[in-house]
Design a protein around this ligand. Structure first.
Ligand code: PDD
Length: 280
């Protein structure tokens, strides 16, 4: 397996960046995870749009043209024989003597790309659905930037793992659920309305989220993009999460309470099917 690091393809196990890379010292960088399904990069353009936006917000230059980024991801997929999995792209501000403010002498942004094979989703998770726990959202006010600064997400996911849960849904100061640690949060109400939080600086606007919003509209389901409370989520008929790695994953337990009848929701599974068909 190979990785791409600053202009070179190198064996994955030897791939390394400098110890004074600002990504390593300050988490001063951004990333994207682009799913690869049957050899195709899913929603590549929106992922690159979001990457460029994240970079712009942090005043980091694109390390190369968009066309070149596409070539490198394809070449890496080819070298690694990747047909199902992910391309991971990470761009940091580059290498400079440690000093919090941006380096006065502009640095070359550092680009790393890796690929990873995806295991098929476990049949058990799909049959039974997954559990989520709820936690106070201790992240910052720019969750719209896909930054590599992920400590609160790491702690949240660890807490979920320790509770035997798949995700940790984050609760804001108004007792509304923002999103998971690495996935967007959705519920379906008793009146068959699909609800997910509106995208602002409180969440990462998922590419899967945006694709699914379009599919939901096309299929003619009722949709609301708005905050929803923990209480509303616990009373919901169905719940699920979306992300580049989960696609649409049914949630059947929130903390200690079953969602709806405790089985993956019908609408949820229909949306999962629709999304998988969309990727093909
Ligand atoms: N996570 N919210 C957060 C906080 C995320 O980190 C992610 C993605 C999402 C879903 O976004 P998308 O649909 O574009 O994958 C929502 C990636 C997969 C990760 O960190 O591995």
């Amino acid at each position: 397996r190979q990785a791409y690091v600053n202009g070179r393809y190198t064996p994955h196990n030897d791939a390394a960046v400098h110890i004074e890379d600002r990504g390593y010292q300050f988490a001063d960088g951004v990333y994207e995870v682009v799913p690869v399904y049957n050899g195709i990069l899913v929603d590549e353009e929106p992922h690159l749009d979001r990457l460029e936006r994240s970079l712009r917000e942090l005043q980091i230059e694109m390390p190369m043209s968009r066309a070149a980024m596409k070539l490198v991801s394809r070449e890496l997929m080819r070298r690694n024989n990747l047909s199902r999995g992910f391309v991971y792209m990470q761009i940091t501000r580059g290498v400079a003597p440690r000093d919090h403010k941006f380096p006065t002498k502009p640095t070359a942004p550092a680009l790393v790309m890796t690929t990873r094979q995806m295991k098929p989703h476990s049949a058990e998770a799909l049959e039974k659905g997954v559990k989520v726990i709820t936690l106070r959202d201790i992240r910052w006010e720019r969750c719209d930037i896909k930054s590599v600064s992920l400590l609160p997400n790491v702690l949240g996911k660890q807490a979920a793992a320790e509770a035997g849960a798949y995700e940790a849904w984050q609760i804001d100061d108004e007792d509304n659920i923002t999103e998971g640690t690495s996935a967007n949060a959705w519920i379906v109400t008793d009146s068959d309305t699909v609800v997910t939080r509106h995208a602002n600086n409180g969440i990462l606007n998922g590419i899967t989220r945006m694709a699914l919003l379009d599919l939901i509209e096309k299929e003619g389901f009722t949709l609301e993009e708005r905050p929803f409370s923990v209480e509303e989520a616990r009373a919901a008929r169905e719940a699920f999460v979306t992300s580049s790695s989960s696609f649409v994953m049914p949630v059947t337990q929130i903390d200690d309470k079953p969602v709806g009848n405790g089985h993956p929701g019908l609408l949820t599974m229909k949306l999962r099917e629709t999304y998988i068909a969309y990727m093909n």
